[in-house]
Design a protein around this ligand. Structure first.
Ligand code: CA
Length: 355
């Protein structure tokens, strides 16, 4: 499967998927009593000097998931352990991605013509390079129809995030977007890194804290301050940008979490290496004990779109609010069709202890 109609259908979930109705049946609510002791994280000491632009995430055992009723795929809480690793302090920027493209001549998925074999019966004129762009209506709409605000735009790509009429001027330090999963993997390999597993990503986002709601604590706006680039106002027609940004923000525009990582909530969604299944945590919890370095299920299945394989996305984006999506909540999950880039989806990389 590739981009186009099916890709668009899948891509909504890269950009804040399930608004209100959880898939059923939902796993039971939280298992750990909030009073239960925090599991053991590893000692914080890095194994050596930090690679440029990376911070050490010590790893250890942590409670993974969350207990929000509408986030059934993030339940139940379960214990996971990950080894320590280096992680990019920031989401990969346009400037960094451009360096990769210059060095390798790489062409992203959005810049390639879709393969007719993936779209039997589609008229050739419809098989054009492009990607999915947030195109908000100027009026309120029902939140169960993502076609109201997502459009497959011919010529949209990382170089032209909103389509041919847009470019990257003034956005060198913004996260690269409109990158498909293979693009992110190719960049990571070029950089001598890899994509994080979902468990690594979540442990990192928690910043050394146990079962908090956000990377900065339990309060959305401590001291009245927005702590991440998300959405303010009724979605998707009224973007009040009270946090200062209507779209992406330059990386590190908001405070870092405990390990020194920026934008782990909001700004853009980030690709992880794992396949997506909504019942994966239930499988791990049923196995009991501590899941050691979980790397996702062997294959993807999403009952909401059974024919579409998906990879995990994490962190939410500038389109998320408490009214819609709210995937900046720690432990919550997103998903996206690997060949589909969207204007609110990017990535960052990790590297293991040994080079
Ligand atoms: Ca914003």
């Amino acid at each position: 499967m590739s981009r186009g109609v099916a890709g668009l259908a899948a891509s909504l979930l890269a950009g804040c998927g399930s608004p209100a109705v959880p898939p059923s049946p939902a796993p039971p609510l939280a298992t750990p009593a909030t009073a239960s002791p925090a599991p053991q994280l590893n000692p914080p000491d890095p194994p050596g000097p930090a690679p440029e632009g990376m911070v050490w995430v010590p790893g250890g055992t942590f409670w993974m998931g969350c207990d929000r009723e509408e986030m059934s795929d993030a339940r139940p809480w379960h214990l996971a352990y990950v080894d320590g690793f280096w992680m990019d302090r920031n989401e990969v920027t346009n400037e960094e991605f451009a360096r990769f493209v210059r060095a390798t001549g790489y062409t992203t998925v959005a810049e390639r013509r879709p393969d007719p074999r993936d779209f039997p019966g589609a008229p050739p004129e419809s098989l054009v390079p492009g990607a999915v762009v947030f195109t908000p209506p100027g009026h309120p709409v029902r939140l169960d129809d993502h076609f109201q605000w997502w459009t497959y735009v011919k010529g949209a790509s990382w170089r032209h995030p909103e389509g041919p009429g847009s470019d990257l001027r003034g956005r060198d330090k913004h996260p690269v977007v409109e990158v498909a999963w293979p693009d992110a993997v190719a960049y990571a390999e070029w950089a001598g890194k890899r994509l994080p597993t979902e468990a690594e990503w979540e442990l990192a986002a928690r910043g050394g804290q146990d079962r908090k709601t956000y990377g900065w604590g339990d309060e959305m706006k401590p001291g009245g301050r927005w702590m991440a680039n998300i959405w303010q106002g009724p979605f998707p027609d009224e973007n009040r940008a009270e946090d200062g940004y209507r779209g992406t923000a330059p990386v590190a525009s908001f405070p870092a979490e405990g390990y020194g990582l920026y934008d782990m909530a909001g700004n853009v969604w980030e690709w992880c290496s794992d396949w997506y299944r909504p019942d994966y945590y239930g499988t791990l919890a049923a196995a009991g004990g501590v899941a050691r370095n979980p790397a996702g299920p062997p294959e993807s299945f999403d009952p909401q779109e059974p024919g579409v394989k998906k990879r995990v996305n994490r962190g939410g984006s500038f389109l998320c609010s408490d009214q819609y999506c709210s995937r900046y909540v720690l432990g919550s999950r997103g998903k996206g069709e690997p060949d589909t880039g969207t204007s609110n989806l990017g990535f960052r990389c990790v590297r293991g202890r040994a080079p």
